[in-house]
Design a protein around this ligand. Sequence first.
Ligand code: 3PG
Length: 393
Amino acid sequence: WKTIDDMGLAGKTVLTRVDINVPMENGVVTDGTRIEKIVPTVEDLIARGAKVVLLAHYDRPKGKVVPEMSLSHVKAALEAALGRKVVFAEDCVGDAAKAAISAASQGDVVLLENTRFHAGEEKNDPKLAAEMAALGDVFVNDAFSAAHRAHASTAGIAALLPSAAGRLMEAELKALEAALGNPVRPVVAVVGGAKVSTKLELLGNLVGKVDHLVIGGGMANTFLVAQGVEVGKSLAERDMAATALEILGKAKASGCTIHLPVDVVVAREFKANAAHDTVPVAACPADAMILDAGPKTVAELTKVFEGCRTLIWNGPLGAFELEPFNAATNAAARAAASLTKAGNLVSVAGGGDTVAALNQAGAAKDFTFISTAGGAFLEWMEGKTLPGVAALG
Ligand code: 3PG
């Protein structure tokens, strides 16, 4: 794929696909990370003499105009992040879009309304893609986090205009390549979260690629059950036991060492500050549930991290949203952050829960790269081709 450096942009209208699908409460943006991350691309385009037209989706309006999902609510946060005035157009195609773009001058930023207000967006309708493409001269895709969707404004338009990756897209792709495509070995992957069933493809792909795979969170319980360990009332997908054994077998055959908890924190209630005990993994009482990994497990993981050169992380190790069951996630995250800071580890993490957990641990700032993507990060880790990236050629 090409980058902004490969395109002649002076005097051009650049349709720039961004992901500003940010969390909002009562019309106010509560986490502007995705907005801040597109600033370098917008500034770079302006510096090269382009007129910047932003194309983006917001939430899932399913092809209908839903006023609460209007990108007009994001405009103020965008203006604050850019330190520039943003012109908002009430549609992403048609007269409103054309008028706003032609009234804008070089150096201006135009924000078009939610692409998903049109049913053709998610269907990758060629007519909608052509209408969008007709608004500009060049297409820049900076929305890695929406690149797993083959939509009109991601894949469709790229086939119709000279296209390039924006700075954030470029950074995301380079970081993922360094973590899993062509990494410095040994590589450790940390995969946590509640369910094995949602991460089957991920685990299947990783065992063939990484040297160490740490399985944490509720999904570790399924692996423990598969190995005959009793986990009491813990969340576990007992019907996935055979699949878990298959993954363990594949790991062994590929020379990937799987790490499961050796000690666990158990409680009788799923709530913050519930009375809890730390026990060896085989000693979970029948009426209790595992809510976190224990300190011995964290010490073991830290050793694994110390022996590795690359870390890729998706999913928390315990019920991190409930104190104190965030302890293992926090401690392991801090260990990874300090190894990264010391220059011994390349660490890449992604996924909404993961980034929230790493932020909570104060570790995110020291990671080599934190992806802005949720679903796209996961699909990339699963080894899938992302249509929005593939369309860039
Ligand atoms: C995201 O928030 O992960 C992206 O903006 C994609 O959103 P979607 O899952 O609604 O396609």
